[in-house]
Design a protein around this ligand. Structure first.
Ligand SMILES: [Fe+2]
Ligand SMILES: [Fe+2]
Length: 309
């Protein structure tokens, strides 16, 4: 008999408590203001009559700017994410403590990135504010209705944002930006560990249902910011630069987490659980082929571009 959502939440609560203690012991306090070079700042036009932003103010390459904006807008939608996880996990007991702790930690990310970009004039602050309004006005709604699907989703998503922040920092060619994004990426990694360990415990409680949830999520995964204006074009730019692409998604996000759960070594699956695992295998093989093709074409394009220069 498959466990109900309520049973699963109840059974997992002691695991949440253990993971919370582990998380709190591992998490290092840090201060966004220390990561921002305030002395580089100067007034903008408008109220203080300074200079309006212009493209030549930015020291950061165009591609990295696109990625920084996607990452920042993604962080900005935190109120919607909070709503999603608070509705699914609840706001009581250990679950509630986690939901609020996680939200408080995430809230630093958008604040710190925005301060950094504004002070260093890395991006157009007017375009950024308009994009934030448009993006947040859309909100974010999870594609996934069950707690297990949501747990699977956030396990992958936290790792995906970790990789994306880290590689965006590198692509910025700006030491301070890279330092800040590496700091944020370390937070995302701890978030991933929390969710990944919880889902591992869910596998023990109800392997078939958990396997199904994992397959449903892996085969339909979208980045949390995918609803933003121009996301398809922006994610192509980001993929062409190698900041985040299908190869990284498969090798550095999906596979490490699936390996930790030992999904392909699991015994005791049957019925729909076994079927879900087969679907997952087929999907991963197909994704691997698509990723290989993408990388091959990108290499060809880069070689052609190098030859032209
Ligand atoms: Fe974040
Ligand atoms: Fe996170």
């Amino acid at each position: 008999m498959a466990m109900t959502q309520t049973q699963l939440l109840h059974e997992l609560e002691p695991v949440v408590a253990v993971e919370l203690d582990r998380h709190n012991a591992m998490a290092k306090e840090w201060f966004p203001h220390e990561y921002v070079p305030w002395s580089e700042g100067r007034d903008f036009d408008g109220v203080y009559g300074g200079e309006a932003w212009q493209e030549s103010d930015s020291k950061i390459p165009e591609v990295a700017r696109v990625s920084l904006i996607v990452n920042l807008l993604t962080e900005d939608n935190l109120p919607s994410y909070h709503h999603e996880i608070a509705s699914t996990f609840g706001r009581d007991g250990a679950w509630g403590t986690w939901v609020h702790r996680w939200t408080a930690e995430e809230d630093r990310h958008g604040t710190a990135i925005r301060d950094y970009l504004t002070v260093t004039r890395a991006v157009d602050p007017v375009a950024l504010e308009r994009a934030r309004m448009a993006h947040m006005e859309q909100g974010f709604q999870s594609e996934y209705g069950t707690m297990l699907q949501q747990l699977a989703y956030v396990s992958f998503q936290e790792l995906a944002t970790r990789i994306s922040h880290r590689n965006t920092g590198k692509a910025s060619g700006d030491e301070g930006c890279e330092r800040l994004l590496a700091r944020i990426a370390a937070d995302e990694n701890l978030h991933m560990l929390f969710y990944r360990n919880l889902l591992k415990a869910a596998f023990e409680l109800d392997p078939n249902q958990t396997m199904r949830a994992v397959t449903d999520v892996v085969t339909t995964f979208q980045m949390p910011g995918s609803g933003m204006d121009g996301f398809a074009r922006k994610s192509l730019i980001i993929a062409n630069e190698g900041i985040y692409d299908l190869r990284l998604h498969l090798d550095d996000v999906l596979m490490p987490v699936l390996r930790q759960w030992a999904v392909f070594d699991k015994t005791g699956l049957d019925g729909d659980g076994e079927k879900a695992r087969e679907e997952l295998s087929a999907f991963l093989a197909k994704t691997d082929a698509t990723a290989a093709r993408f990388v091959e074409r990108r290499e060809e394009r880069r070689a052609r571009a190098a030859a032209r220069q």
